[in-house]
Write a protein that binds this ligand. Structure first.
Ligand code: ZN
Length: 516
């Protein structure tokens, strides 16, 4: 009988700690809904003690999402645990996740505490959490670099105190698969009450081994994997959910385990997470990268056309990549668009449909056929990504450029309800446009990153622009899409400015939680 592997998703906690990936409340909820569709077992929704905004976000998710367990992170302090409980209490299945470091390096330099003191704190924290709920997870931060006998001693004590999941993190991404697996085996053999708890692992990808280490741990007795969508997270990121799930699914012959993940939602979850966090997925990323199912070589293409399994170990449809069906054109009406979006899995409110329809009409006038990918991009930027109020709004853009003319842009823009216009020169049309917008918005932000990608082939393909902006230590991303690359750039920049404005006006902020 295959054994179940519990999927603990920490996209909203560890993933959100990726540099520049901060999410607002509405965005967190959208990702949580997608995780519920994926049928993850546990959603780690945040670190409630970090800020009132974080606490509120976890509480909202706990109220709204009824399927998966909802976990809140807490350091091994009573006040942290109280905040975590207040946040997860409304959930159908709440979990408190408390942690403390167990490595001598952290004890000596970071905490300045003895092993005995840390053991006492861990037990006290778990006992405190267990008074609220029977569902308590304990993590030994930096476990992979800790003395294993000491971790075994701590695990024995916290299980005795009421922990039902014990997590063994490779916090710094230092472990090698066979070594990591052997450590899990040691715990199975040396923690006398281990049968009363689930062993969990939380791996970081600093050496590119997070997924390999997780699989090695599973083979040796771990039954919970802590993961994120697209593998986002601190530094090089966490174990990627899609890679672990598809490895277990594809190699059932060798790995006698299963997860309850509905794999058809993997690709939509990847797109949504990438869009909302602004963390672009590299084309050669396993499972969800743009090239993951692209067969370029002639021999491979020929083989796949004759019989997919010749070079394809899994199918694109198994992770929810849908083939473009009948494209829409400029004669397609609102009903056709609504029906098409419904087939693609988007249920839009009337107002949202109107927004997308207006952009669709404009697009269909300029581009002969509108593919599913184009529509998905429009919905993502017009509805999903526009979750902040539009303080700045692009009304018109005229650009003059060429090999002889000095590039000039004239921008008409609404700023807080008032219409302004400004012209600027630049090194190129996008530079000129950005200078005009910067002037109109009175912004002091720095442009950290500017990336362009095209959605489908051909010169009339939609251009997708992603920008990253920074002002006074706050970093945001902006997204824009349009067949005209300069207009798409303007939209992305203005979207980013709206997000900065929203954060300055009191959107969710928080200090960074300690890392696990
Ligand atoms: Zn982590």
């Amino acid at each position: 009988m295959p054994e179940k592997i519990y999927i603990f998703d920490t996209t909203l906690r560890d993933g959100e700690q990726s540099p520049g990936a901060s999410l607002n409340m509405d965005e967190k909820l959208q990702i949580a809904r997608q995780l519920e569709l994926l049928n993850v077992d546990v959603i780690e929704a945040g670190f409630p003690f970090a800020s009132p905004g974080d606490l509120e976000a976890v509480k909202t998710i706990a109220r709204e999402i009824r399927g998966p367990q909802i976990a809140g992170l807490a350091r091994a302090f009573a006040k942290d645990i109280d905040a975590a409980w207040e946040a997860v209490k409304p959930a159908a299945h709440p979990r408190i996740h408390t942690f403390i470091s167990t490595s001598d390096i952290h004890l000596k330099y970071q905490m300045k505490k003895s092993r005995e003191e840390v053991l006492e704190m861990a037990v006290a924290a778990v006992k405190h959490a267990a008074r609220y709920t029977a569902n308590v997870e304990f993590s030994a931060m930096d476990a992979s670099r800790s003395d294993l006998a000491y971790v075994a001693q701590v695990f024995t004590a916290v299980i005795e105190a009421g922990a039902t999941t014990v997590n063994f993190p490779d916090t710094v991404g230092y472990a090698i698969p066979h070594e990591f697996g052997a450590k899990i085996k040691y715990l199975v053999e040396h923690v006398p009450n281990i049968h009363k708890a689930v062993i969990s692992v939380h791996c970081h990808n600093d050496l590119g081994l997070a997924v390999a280490n997780t699989l090695s741990a599973i083979i040796n007795g771990a039954r919970q994997a802590e993961v994120t969508v697209n593998g986002i997270g601190e530094r090089a990121g966490n174990t990627s959910m899609e890679e672990v799930v598809m490895a277990l699914t594809t190699r059932k012959d060798l790995l006698d385990y299963y997860t309850d993940i509905v794999t058809q939602y993997i690709y939509p979850a990847s797109r949504l997470t990438s869009k909302l966090t602004g963390m672009v997925v590299q084309p050669n990323k396993a499972i969800v990268g743009a090239n993951a199912f692209a067969h370029e070589s002639g021999i491979h293409q020929d083989g796949v056309l004759k019989e997919a399994s010749t070079f394809e170990i899994m199918t694109p449809t198994s992770i929810g990549i849908k083939k473009s069906t009948l494209p829409l054109g400029k004669l397609s009406g609102r009903a056709a668009l609504r029906e098409k979006l419904k087939q693609m899995g988007y249920a839009l409110a009337e107002e949202e449909l109107n927004q997308v329809f207006a952009r669709f009409k404009d697009l269909a006038d300029r581009k002969k056929t509108v593919f599913d990918e184009d529509l998905a991009s429009l919905v993502e930027t017009e509805v999903i990504y526009k979750s902040v109020p539009e303080y700045f709004r692009l009304l018109d853009l005229v650009v003059l450029t060429g090999t002889l003319a000095r590039p000039t842009a004239t921008v008409k823009m609404e700023v807080g309800g008032v219409i302004h216009r400004h012209s600027a020169f630049g090194d190129g049309p996008i530079d000129a446009t950005y200078k005009a917008i910067t002037h109109l918005a009175g912004s002091k932000c720095n442009l950290l990153k500017f990336s362009v990608s095209s959605i489908t082939g051909g010169t009339d393909a939609l251009g997708e622009i992603s920008v990253r902006l920074e002002e006074e230590g706050v970093t945001v991303t902006g997204q824009g899409v349009d067949p005209d690359i300069v207009t798409a750039s303007a939209r992305a920049y203005i979207n980013g400015l709206n997000r900065l404005h929203f954060l300055k006006e009191g959107g969710p902020k928080g200090r960074k939680p300690e890392e696990i």
